[in-house]
Design a protein around this ligand. Structure first.
Ligand SMILES: [Fe+2]
Length: 608
């Protein structure tokens, strides 16, 4: 029986009252860790201290010999540094494309024992029942979650007048979740609805603030360095109580936001947003207090995860960039715990905290040899040593990709006046090594009243197809993918989770979309009406129900097939970022057509 649960997963450890007798010497500890060098993140010291553990919580630190009984398990930590389990301040598990149990294993291997998530991707597709299922799934793993209300599961770009999914979260459900005991805040509400005082957002803010919880921000593009308006919008976002930002890209932006009281979550999104080297200059060069900073990863592509990148890499990068190891550890532990107001539960190796402890062989190089979560060793020598059952996923999590009717090639045609031979069109320009899309104006030829792609110039078609049975198809042109043949589609994309397909011809595009619907979601590449490679993501159309290794293997095969067709993006997830989302990119593909996020209108692809 626990006294209370604030962190999802802390049910796994004992009641604090049970610690008292051990602390007083009246009862023995379950486990004692001896002879290690304790990294104290409160005082920034390293010294020898033993640790006594009872029921998954730390009871005593220092000379704990008095807690050793006949049955106490002794762990020898000689030659090891002992640091608190890492806490990822902002991470969406679904961006790793694997089930939550498999994901838990993958990040525990890298020392992350707690992470902040609201499960918004699955919530867009299946609403509250998805959240409830995932919360239960997490409880069967050693991982803990700082659960935040997935505001995006409700908002879904309503600010651009796009219709949210019929199965997403309702305003009432969002506000209801703010009151859950183990809900610790709001997950990155988009600034626009907040500063436009959208009713549901204001209610959620009010409810969260009243209960002393945290509003994590998403202040992309908001900073006076961009424009006077952006500076004022940032102030408006702040006066509502938004506390963090994981979207800072320059040291100046980080310094200004830290001065305004924001906690800067320096992001290390491997391969897509590696901001730590730039942002830590705020500490090393501008001498800003490191306590304003924490780390996050936001999205961990499976290749990176399999290659060994997670929060441990944030620490290694920061140390390489001149941050003191203890400070880097604080940014991945205590700073995050304090920020979410749960530092009496996690974030340090002190009495009463949950026994999440990493055994480190080399602090400078940050090599993890053992991971303890909730008082139990879960990783030893790079291997996961706890048995976790493969979950049985319910039927309703499958077959979520519903077309109103099978699509036809004509659905992907963009019309122009029949008498025209060529027309000026808007093209989404997707530069290599960036996810920021701008507009290009180009002349394309017209045949039989349809605008044709220009494969020589790498201008091909792109479309978003509604997958919630409503039948919408929005079309546009895109430059920068490299496909010279065939089509490639996915059912994963931030905020709306519709189908995005890009192709050189309408026949293959229709083939890909119909096939994706048939298999219940995934990524698929085809040419000449033939499937070349497929990666099934049958859970919500977003996640694999297989292991990380199988996913990585299939993903590599898919990538190879794409390369053969001319693909020039660095990974297979390049379509994920083309759909509507808040920030930076002005032109997005939506199921209603080409969206201009500045005017917030669907704009014509064909100009004249
Ligand atoms: Fe995010």
């Amino acid at each position: 029986m626990v006294m209370y649960v604030r962190i999802l997963g802390s049910e796994k450890v004992c009641n604090r009252v049970d610690l008292i007798d051990v602390a007083l010497g009246a009862k023995p500890a379950d486990v004692v860790i001896q002879s290690g060098s304790l990294v104290n993140v409160h005082t920034s010291e390293i010294y020898n201290a033993d640790i006594a553990i009872k029921g998954g919580r730390i009871v005593a630190v220092g000379d704990v010999a008095y807690t050793v009984g006949n049955k106490t398990k002794i762990i020898n930590a000689e030659g090891k540094y002992l640091i608190p389990g890492l806490i990822d301040a902002h991470l969406h598990f679904y961006h790793s494309y694997i089930g939550l149990t498999e994901f838990a294993k993958a990040i525990l291997l890298h020392g992350t024992t707690t992470y902040a998530d609201g499960f918004y991707g699955p919530a867009v597709v299946s609403g509250r029942k998805a959240i409830e299922f995932l919360r239960q799934e997490l409880l069967k793993t050693p991982l803990k979650c700082i659960f935040l209300v997935p505001v995006l599961g409700y908002s879904q770009c309503r600010e651009y007048s796009l219709s949210p999914t019929p199965t997403g979260l309702t305003a009432e459900e969002m506000v209801d979740m703010t009151r859950w005991d183990d809900c610790l805040g709001l997950e990155e509400p988009s600034p626009l609805p907040v500063i436009e005082k959208e009713h549901a957002h204001v209610k959620a803010y009010e409810s969260i603030l009243r209960s002393g919880k945290v509003i994590t921000g998403h202040a992309i593009d908001l900073w006076s360095g961009y424009s006077i308006t952006a500076g004022r919008q940032l102030t408006a976002y702040l006066v509502m109580g938004s506390l963090t930002d994981h979207e800072c890209v320059s040291v100046e932006e980080a310094v200004e936001k830290a001065r305004l009281g924001m906690r800067i979550l320096a992001r290390m999104g491997p391969g897509w947003a590696e901001n730590i080297p730039e942002l830590v200059k705020a500490i090393t060069k501008r001498h800003i207090d490191p306590r304003c900073f924490a780390f996050c990863t936001d999205a961990l592509p499976p290749d990176a995860l399999a290659a060994g990148v997670a929060m441990d890499e944030c620490i290694r990068v920061a140390i390489r960039e001149g941050i003191e190891p203890i400070q880097a550890v604080q940014m991945a532990t205590l700073n995050v715990a304090e920020l979410f107001r749960v530092d009496e539960e996690i974030g340090s190796i002190t009495p009463g905290r949950i026994a999440d402890i990493l055994f480190i062989t080399d602090l400078q190089k940050f090599k993890i040899s053992m991971v303890m979560a909730n008082g139990e060793i879960v990783v030893n020598d790079g291997k996961f040593v706890v048995k976790m059952d493969k979950p049985k996923y319910p039927e309703w999590m499958y077959k979520t990709v519903q077309l109103k009717r099978p699509v036809k090639p004509e659905d992907f045609e963009i019309k122009a006046p029949k008498e025209k031979k060529e027309v000026l069109v808007r093209v989404m320009y997707y530069p290599t090594n960036s996810i920021i899309i701008t507009e290009k104006r180009m002349v394309l030829s017209v045949k039989d009243g349809y605008v044709k792609p220009n494969i020589e110039e790498d201008v091909i078609k792109v479309a978003m197809v509604d997958r919630f049975g409503r039948g919408n198809v929005g079309n546009a042109f895109i430059q920068g993918l490299g496909l010279r043949k065939g089509a490639f589609g996915t059912t994963v994309n931030a905020t709306q989770q519709n189908i995005i397909v890009a192709g050189t011809n309408s026949y293959d595009m229709a083939f890909v979309v119909n096939k994706l619907a048939e298999i219940g979601g995934g990524m698929l590449v085809a040419a000449d009406g033939k499937e070349l490679a497929v990666l099934e993501l049958p859970l919500f159309g977003l996640l694999s129900d297989q292991s990380l290794e199988i996913f990585v293997h299939k993903n590599r095969r898919l990538f190879q097939e794409l390369l053969k067709l001319g693909w020039k993006r660095p990974s297979t997830n390049a379509l994920d970022w083309l759909g509507p989302a808040s920030g930076t990119t002005r032109f997005r593909i939506s199921d209603l057509g080409l969206l201009d996020t500045e005017s917030r209108r669907i704009v014509d692809v064909v100009l004249q």
